[in-house]
Design a protein around this ligand. Sequence first.
Ligand code: DGI
Ligand code: FE
Ligand code: FE
Length: 191
Amino acid sequence: MNKEEALEIVKPHLTEHRYEHTIGVMNTAIDLAERFNGDKDKAMLAAVFHDYAKFRPKDEMESIIIREELGKDLLKYGKELWHAPVGAYLVKSEVGITDEEILQAIRSHTSGRVGMSLLEKIIFLADYIEPSRHFPGVDEVRETSEQNLDEAVRQALMNTVIFLMKQNQLIYPETLYTYNDIANEQRRNNS
Ligand code: DGI
Ligand code: FE
Ligand code: FE
């Protein structure tokens, strides 16, 4: 499936704003794959479909999480987390993408995951830094992403956790575990 075909499939599932965001994630993910020797085709497909389930009704997402056993803990935390694992499920069952690396990158794009692959890091980061994002601190993460993928992912996770805490929202444990995992990996690599 090429870029144009993939975008045509995802478009009806997104708002105009979310479609523009998706194109930003796609271009950023391809750039990151080039910079850090990732698979550009897989980066393109994972990026195009990463928010596929963003606008599904919450009760539909809840039923899918229960029926497909996507993780009962998810239901105790923010509903914003649901579209990532539900998206991976629907991209497989509705779009027919079966590549497990691509599905995993979609599944972990919001929370991160302990032991993230290169492709997962690329999609997680591209979602955070694509040009239409304007979070506080995003410019620093963009700059870091020019040189150091792990450090950029660590900064994005840190900013997200701080943001959620300031909003008095719950932190999904996997997000914290992912932060520790990346910080640990950096320590191992530097010692
Ligand atoms: O879908 P996008 O808006 O492009 O971005 P995303 O998939 O990263 O989702 C961002 C939302 O997810 C934002 O509202 C914050 C929320 N989120 C991210 N990590 C966590 C989280 N919410 C909770 N409760 N816990 C988390 O660890
Ligand atoms: Fe998302
Ligand atoms: Fe997104």
